[in-house]
Write a protein that binds this ligand. Structure first.
Ligand SMILES: Nc1ncnc2c1ncn2[C@@H]1O[C@H](COP(=O)(O)OP(=O)(O)OP(=O)(O)O)[C@@H](O)[C@H]1O
Ligand SMILES: Nc1nc2c(ncn2[C@@H]2O[C@H](COP(=O)(O)O)[C@@H](O)[C@H]2O)c(=O)[nH]1
Length: 206
């Protein structure tokens, strides 16, 4: 990334739906407002409270397909019946300005980013258990039973791919998980490694 896009950096955060990626990122952005969170495009309908242009760019299938055809997405994938993708231009502009850009995306998109931007740091967020993941998805109260079932089915495959990532972080206690992610991004020279962060982080973190 440094060679290609000045001193900016691309960071990918992946993990099963409901694991807490959005919650963690909201808190991380409060601590580090200098980070740039990419706003994805999606064909999913907005949930109550979601604002177009803030949480997502909510598009029709035809609008989304046009972005794909025009090469305007850095990556995209179908997830639980809807399309999701990362608009290319805002991300490239932010990285060129030297910003650290975070993509909160699912597994297939993360794999595409690994192929096109192997220098990106890729973090996988794990739930403490599948039971707890289901509990969080239900507790969020945003998805239909059918959507929850599809997301849980997909979660099993995603969790099995966690080792493909540079770092794995378990989101058990929210505050501790946030601290772990913060230490991955901003490692302090004088601290010992946290045993709750997977070994691969200590080996691969740039
Ligand atoms: N550490 C945690 N302990 C308990 N509940 C949590 C924790 N982290 C997040 N949650 C809760 O889990 C639910 C799902 O969180 P969130 O929406 O952030 O998940 P997500 O990974 O962003 O999901 P999606 O990929 O579908 O957008 C929310 O109700 C959130 O408050
Ligand atoms: N490949 C991509 N995946 C994305 C993108 N934006 C979000 N997502 C992922 O989709 C699922 C479902 O999200 P939800 O908001 O409907 O719960 C989740 O895993 C997100 O991380 C994207 O641009 N590309």
């Amino acid at each position: 990334m440094q060679e290609r896009w000045s001193s900016g950096r691309l960071i990918v955060l992946t993990g099963p739906s409901g694991v807490g990626k959005g919650t963690l990122l909201k808190a991380l952005m409060t601590r580090h407002p200098e980070l740039y969170l990419s706003i994805s495009a999606t064909t999913r309908a907005p949930r109550p409270g979601e604002v177009d242009g803030q949480h997502y760019l909510f598009l029709s299938r035809a609008e989304f397909q046009a972005l794909v055809d025009q090469g305007e997405l850095l990556e995209w994938a179908e997830f639980a019946g809807n399309c999701y993708g990362t608009p290319r231009r805002p991300v490239e502009a932010a990285v060129q300005e030297g910003k650290w850009v975070i993509l909160e995306i699912e597994l297939e998109g993360a794999r595409q980013i690994r192929d096109t931007f192997p220098e990106a740091l890729r973090i996988f967020v794990l739930p403490p258990s599948l039971h707890e993941l289901e509990h969080r998805l239900r507790g969020r109260g945003q998805d239909s039973e059918e959507a929850i079932a599809r997301r849980l089915e997909r979660a099993r495959a995603e969790i099995n791919a966690a080792d493909e990532f540079d770092v794995q972080v378990v989101n058990d206690d929210l505050g501790l998980a946030l601290d772990r992610i913060e230490r991955i991004l901003f490692p302090a020279a004088d601290t010992l490694p946290d045993p709750a962060i997977a070994l691969s982080e200590r080996v691969k973190t740039p």
